[in-house]
Design a protein around this ligand. Structure first.
Ligand code: SF4
Length: 489
């Protein structure tokens, strides 16, 4: 038996499909918290009455029978030629049925068209006449106040959204345009020999958008590449071709096949210089406005699909922790950390404002893409703190800028510039001995803290979370000092 996800994998890469058929399934971990049963909430919006409710493992004959007995089917399982689907909502509509897809995001686009088309294909092969096709999705403008208002939480539409997130594409028409018969594909999937994996073939789909989970199995040599390998050339379309032709190192990159990004220039110059490149004038210019005491700030947060607290919209984030290292001119460091469970945003604001010195600069890594946005959101939610919060942003500097703009590059970065990568080059144990060593792991651990059924050692989780977030700000102080020394040299 196959699911639509198997069809997508087969279309993407036969080796990926076969790997997934034979290997143990990895547990699915959500990056966004979805505590509320989204189907139940959507059912309230659709005013679903007496209905058939499908379950995992149902015999598909049950759903076919239910078509005779009910006006609504929820999560019904249908099957055709071994392709099994789960249909969010079917509503009797005149002589046929209205199909509702449920999208637990804000703007359904046409990029999941195969899923929609394959669902329609299975339903129609089961003799179900679809007289209407709609989408129900979360409403980006809904702001929670008090109990969840499911009328406002969702939008029901017959449109998909374009790249500007405007609802302009006729959903049913888009399905009809992309619709294909699946018999041939399913036969090829069934005939695929599970015992023989095809040779891996490197294509953009191996690493575009999301890196394939078998990437390192398919291309094991890549992790063994030298630090200055041409394969680490950032945003390069031609690095694999150059490698194939015998151009193995950054310093030998073909100038005709370099896109010309500043980072690429920094990478090539670093290799030519023996490993390190620094544009000292540019670095000095980035540093010249930074004043002591310097407050290094890092937030941790959780993202909720359905807003759990007042003032939050779908997919808003909830800050639950910050760490602050304060570097004084004499080299001494102070450290403060705030960590809470549940909705403690107001006291987080108060503590943040009182913990950060009134003078001096603030630094965060990826401040423009994260900390400054979070501070603006807090200022919007708590107007009483607005002036003080926005004045923090006015003093903020982004430590990522010298790396992202090719001002500094060390070949040991291997084409990456995350704080952890840079910290790993320093003469400091850094993240190596921490129980929690990744941002998402911190979020997963925090999820245990507000559960009543937890069995974990909560004190330990608290300590690990504090240690992780504190390491982020400590790492910034180390990297900042490294840059400062570079300017002096
Ligand atoms: S890395 Fe590429 S070749 Fe290997 S399984 Fe994934 S998509 Fe297929």
């Amino acid at each position: 038996m196959f699911h639509i996800s198997d069809c997508k994998k087969f279309n993407r890469c036969k080796r990926l499909f076969l790997n997934d058929q034979v290997r143990e399934k990895q547990p699915f971990v959500r990056f966004v918290r979805l505590d509320e049963a989204i189907t139940d909430l959507a059912a309230r919006k659709l005013h679903v009455g007496d209905h058939f409710l499908g379950k995992r493992g149902d015999d598909p004959a049950l759903a076919i029978q239910a078509l005779e007995q009910y006006d609504w089917l929820v999560k019904a399982r249908f099957e055709y030629k071994d392709l099994r689907i789960k249909v969010p909502f079917l509503q009797r509509n005149g002589s046929g049925w209205r199909l509702y897809f449920l999208f637990a995001g804000l703007y359904p686009h046409a990029d999941d068209m195969q899923f929609y088309c394959d669902t329609v294909w299975v339903l129609e092969k089961n003799g179900i006449e679809l007289t209407d096709i709609r989408m129900i999705h979360l409403n980006a403008d809904y702001v929670r106040q008090g109990n969840l208002n499911t009328e406002e939480l969702f939008i029901v539409t017959d449109k998909l959204y374009n790249h500007r997130n405007n609802p302009t594409i006729d959903f049913a028409e888009a399905i009809r345009k992309s619709y294909t018969e699946l018999d041939g594909l399913l036969e090829r999937m069934k005939a695929a020999d599970l015992a023989s994996l095809p040779e891996p073939e490197r294509k953009p789909k191996c690493a575009s958008r999301q890196k394939c989970r078998y990437y390192h199995d398919c291309f094991p040599d890549e992790v063994r590449e030298a630090d200055n390998s041409i394969l680490h050339l950032i945003s390069s379309q031609h690095r694999y071709a150059m490698k194939k032709e015998g151009i193995g190192y950054l310093k030998d990159a073909d100038p005709e096949r370099i896109e010309g990004f500043l980072q690429q220039y920094a990478q090539i110059m670093a290799d030519r210089n023996g490993g390190l490149f620094c544009d000292r004038a540019a670095l000095l210019s980035w540093m010249e406005d930074i004043r002591y005491p310097i407050s290094f700030l890092d937030f941790e947060w959780e993202c909720f699909a359905v807003p759990p607290f007042d003032g939050m919209r779908p997919y808003d984030v909830l800050l639950f922790e910050y760490s602050l290292h304060i570097l004084h001119e004499d080299g001494s460091l102070d450290h403060k950390v705030f960590l809470s469970v549940g909705d403690d945003r107001e006291s987080l604001c108060r503590n943040l404002i009182s913990d950060i010195p009134a003078d001096g600069s603030l630094i965060a890594y990826n401040a423009i893409g994260a900390e400054m946005i979070r501070i603006r959101e807090l200022a919007e939610t708590f107007p009483e703190f607005q002036d003080e919060l926005l004045s923090l942003n006015a003093r903020m500097h982004d430590l990522q800028i010298p790396f992202e703009r090719g001002v500094v590059y060390d070949v040991r970065m291997r084409g990456q510039w995350s704080l952890k990568t840079i910290m790993s080059m320093m003469d400091d144990p850094g993240y190596r001995n921490l129980e929690i060593a990744q941002g998402m792991e911190a979020v997963f651990q925090w999820r245990y803290l507000d559960r009543e059924d937890h069995t974990e050692d909560l004190d330990k989780i608290y300590e690990d979370l504090k240690a992780y977030c504190s390491m982020d700000t400590y790492a910034m102080t180390v990297v900042y000092q490294w840059l400062k020394n570079m300017v002096k040299e």
